[in-house]
Design a protein around this ligand. Structure first.
Ligand code: ADP
Length: 449
């Protein structure tokens, strides 16, 4: 006989015994009374059967609800865990089991820390302790480990409550690995987009800077060339007025002298001055040509034309040209050493010497000396005056175009002569130096190889 049948038989025996006990007192009852008792018994039986039926119904309904709740718990989209104070898993749903990769029975009783990535285990214990102290477990993230070793990111949330008289922590667990990956990917894409944008802006900036630099350069070139053109115009006008004044003065004085000599009948002296006028006009034309081609000089296109000539004769001619502008007590002493023949550009040398001599005459009142020397193919030419001299602080600027020392305010001039002299000498490979002392005089020295 099976266990089921055995228990059914025992139940029957107990029921029959009970009925026997119940029927025993009925033996003294009349038939009518017995019938009545029987009727009541039948009614009770029916009542009992009905109650029994209802009970079975409610049990079935309870079972259905139980299954529904189990279903809800086990297959919820979140993992649920119940932990004790030590972090031991008391219970968990199937979703949590699936996340950890093990069956429920293999997990229950194990510490949750066994499934937490080592880096986060301290975090977990601190949170759990705080939860049991405060009754709250605010959401936090944990790196957890699947049974197969794969680490995944979870978001945990929980509260502290009572479970069959025991304080437990109920935790919901959500796998947010994909969410975090998607966020990281979105961030990466955003960073890349930002980087591209930054690169594009940088590129645009570089291009813009290049364009600005180019435009600025073009503009400053244009300004510079306009400035140079203006400077040149001013220079030409100034030079013309400065450099042409000397020969004009010579012409004027020679004409006056010719008139005088003519009246006095001194025709030989008249002729000398006519010759001087001729040479001055020639020189005048030369200077004019040179000045008008200052632009050529600037660009280095002035040609050097060398020829052999007698230096002494050349100097004397220049001395004659300046005779007309000498002051009353002023005269020029000239001395020469060495060879007298020079191979050089007469026009340039003429211009240079005339400039130096004009300055010496202009800035002094006494004797002026000219020394020339030719030695080993080197020509040295000195113009010495005992005039106002050049203040020491001005000396370093002397060859700068338009520069005039502070002690020459009462003298006419443009500050161009010496800069032209320097430029001409550069062309013929010559140099110019000077020594000067204020109120004592100046010595200008030219050396040409
Ligand atoms: P400027 O037309 O002013 O004479 P220069 O270029 O010939 O121009 O000379 C530049 C400056 O040098 C003069 O303004 C003057 O201050 C100074 N200078 C040149 N030669 C002499 C000199 N012999 N004695 C004193 N100062 C001189």
């Amino acid at each position: 006989m099976s266990t089921n049948n055995k228990s059914k038989a025992a139940l029957r025996a107990r029921a029959e015994a009970k009925v026997k006990n119940m029927l025993e007192p009925l033996r003294s009852f009349s038939m009518k009374e017995v019938k009545k008792v029987l009727h009541e018994l039948e009614v009770h039986q029916i009542e009992l059967e009905m109650q029994n039926h209802e009970l079975r119904d409610s049990q079935q309904r309870l079972e259905v609800v139980g299954v529904q709740y189990t279903d809800l718990f086990d297959f919820a989209p979140l993992g649920y865990l119940i932990l004790d104070e030590k972090g031991i898993i008391q219970n968990l749903n199937l979703t949590a089991c699936a996340m950890l990769g093990l069956e429920r029975l293999r997990i229950i009783g194990k510490p949750l820390s066994a499934y937490i990535s080592r880096v986060d285990s301290d975090v977990f214990f601190l949170r759990l302790r705080s939860a049991f102290n405060t009754g709250l477990l605010p959401s936090f993230e944990l790196q957890m480990k699947h049974h197969d070793g794969i680490v995944f990111t979870t978001l945990l949330n929980g509260n502290i409550s009572e479970d069959h008289g025991k304080t437990v922590c109920r935790i919901s667990m959500q796998d947010i690995t994909e969410l975090r990956k998607a966020e990281a990917q979105a961030l990466k894409l955003q960073n890349e987009a930002t980087r591209h944008e930054k690169e594009a802006i940088e590129h645009y900036n570089t291009e813009l800077e290049k364009t600005v630099r180019k435009r600025t350069r073009e503009l400053s070139d244009a300004l510079e060339s306009e400035k140079q053109i203006n400077e040149m115009k001013t220079a030409i006008v100034s030079i013309a007025s400065h450099e042409l004044r000397t020969p004009l003065t010579i012409l004027k004085s020679s004409i006056t002298l010719i008139e005088k000599f003519h009246e006095m009948g001194q025709f030989d002296r008249e002729e000398k001055h006519i010759a001087l006028i001729k040479s001055t006009i020639k020189h005048f034309t030369n200077i004019l040509n040179d000045f008008l081609s200052l632009d050529k000089l600037e660009r280095g296109t002035v040609r050097v034309n060398k020829e052999l000539f007698d230096l002494q004769e050349f100097i004397r001619q220049i001395m004659e040209e300046t005779e007309g502008i000498l002051k009353k007590e002023q005269h020029i002493n000239y001395s020469h050493k060495g060879n007298i023949t020079v191979n050089g550009d007469k026009k340039i040398l003429h211009n240079v010497l005339l400039n130096l001599l004009s300055n010496a005459i202009k800035y002094s009142v006494d004797i002026i000396e000219i020394h020339t020397q030719i030695q080993n193919g080197r020509m040295t030419l000195k113009v010495i005056d005992k005039g106002i001299g050049i203040p020491i602080e001005d000396q370093k600027h002397l060859f700068t175009r338009f520069f005039r020392a502070k002690n020459v305010k009462d003298f006419q001039g443009t500050g161009l002569g010496l800069s032209i002299v320097e430029r001409y000498l550069e062309l013929v490979g010559g140099t110019i130096t000077f020594t000067s002392e204020e109120n004592k005089g100046s010595t200008f020295t030219i050396v040409i190889h």
